[in-house]
Design a protein around this ligand. Structure first.
Ligand code: NAD
Length: 288
């Protein structure tokens, strides 16, 4: 079994972006500028946004954080997005999710200028992705493709089972894995909460991509010998031995599955760090 080291790959990608930024600086070209909008003070969202801003600083991007109270009206938020859309100095805009219940997420995502949509969630980008046209890919699926590419994992003709059909991971990665491209050209099955007998699908898979949010759902007896395992799950479980009182585990039971598979992404250190690296790649591409 080989570990798919997303952390190492994310550092490599960030260093490549850093070099590109310094070339831009030397030539007087625009420096990528990522803007994040954070509504309210959800602790997990605070951490995600902080990490994104910190990564921007590390690689020489400009960054801005616009914070709003959770009481902001939908109309006001949409107006603020418009202001950023029209600011030529800002190249990438992300709105940290989730948003308060009174705000329609679809309206917010659709309001972002799709050319600045570095999360790759805008219907224009999703449509272009489905048509295999150049676009900003959703950052987590993009990170998965980068991992498969880095380790030269064959995907053509493979049986790929995606577990989960969310808008941000399961659904887009299932489209990407069946695209006529590399990585892609796989025969993809999407399993979800209404799937009957999940194991009967995963046992036939050459590649399993798990994006469910259920700790250690995928057990060894659900996995074929030699399968490639991409574990997107990031679940907190209680752990009294940790100072924080919890630890992160994936949707795959790593200890059970590791001796049966050919490749596996660890949690943490697999898909997670690649998501931020790919967000930065999308911002760089939005600047060019
Ligand atoms: P989500 O809650 O939006 O979707 C979960 C999906 O799992 C749904 O499509 C549902 O139909 C499916 N599902 C639920 N129970 C199931 C079952 N028993 N069998 C099969 N399918 C089932 O989740 P999401 O936003 O895609 O996130 C999934 C996991 O990935 C979470 O742990 C999340 O924290 C993690 N995540 C990680 C990253 C990263 O950067 N590594 C990014 C996004 C999400």
């Amino acid at each position: 079994m080989q570990i798919l080291d997303g952390k190492a790959l994310s550092i490599k990608i960030k260093n490549q972006i850093k070099e590109e930024v310094s070339r831009k600086k030397d030539s007087g070209a625009s420096i990528p500028h990522l803007c994040a909008i954070l509504v309210g003070n959800d602790p997990a969202s605070e951490t995600y946004v902080r990490n994104k801003i910190k990564s921007c600083e590390e690689i020489g991007f400009k960054s801005s954080l616009f914070r709003y109270e959770s009481s902001i009206s939908e109309a006001e938020l949409l107006h603020q997005i418009d202001v950023i859309n029209n600011d030529p100095d800002i190249h990438g805009l992300l709105v940290q999710l989730p948003l308060p219940k009174h705000i329609d997420v679809s309206k917010v995502v659709e309001k972002i200028d799709y050319r600045k949509d570095v999360d790759g969630f805008h219907p224009m980008n999703i449509g272009r992705m489905a048509k295999n046209l150049p676009c900003a890919l959703p950052a987590t699926p993009y990170g998965i493709l980068k991992i498969l590419e880095e380790y030269n994992i064959e995907t053509k003709g493979k049986n790929c089972v995606v577990v989960g059909r969310s808008q941000i991971v399961g659904s887009p990665i299932s489209i990407l894995m069946s695209r006529p491209a590399y990585p892609g050209n796989a025969t993809v099955t999407v399993c979800h909460s209404h799937t009957i007998d999940l194991a009967s699908y995963t046992r036939k898979a050459d590649i399993i991509i798990a994006a469910v949010g259920i700790p250690q759902l995928i057990k060894a007896d659900m996995v074929k010998e030699g399968a490639v395992i991409i574990d997107v799950g990031m679940n907190r479980i209680d752990d009294a031995s940790k100072k924080s009182g919890f630890r992160l585990v994936g949707d795959v039971d790593f200890n059970e599955v590791k001796d049966k598979c050919s490749y596996i992404t660890p949690v943490p250190g697999g898909v997670g760090p690649m998501t931020i690296a790919c967000l930065l790649l999308n911002t760089l591409q939005a600047t060019n």
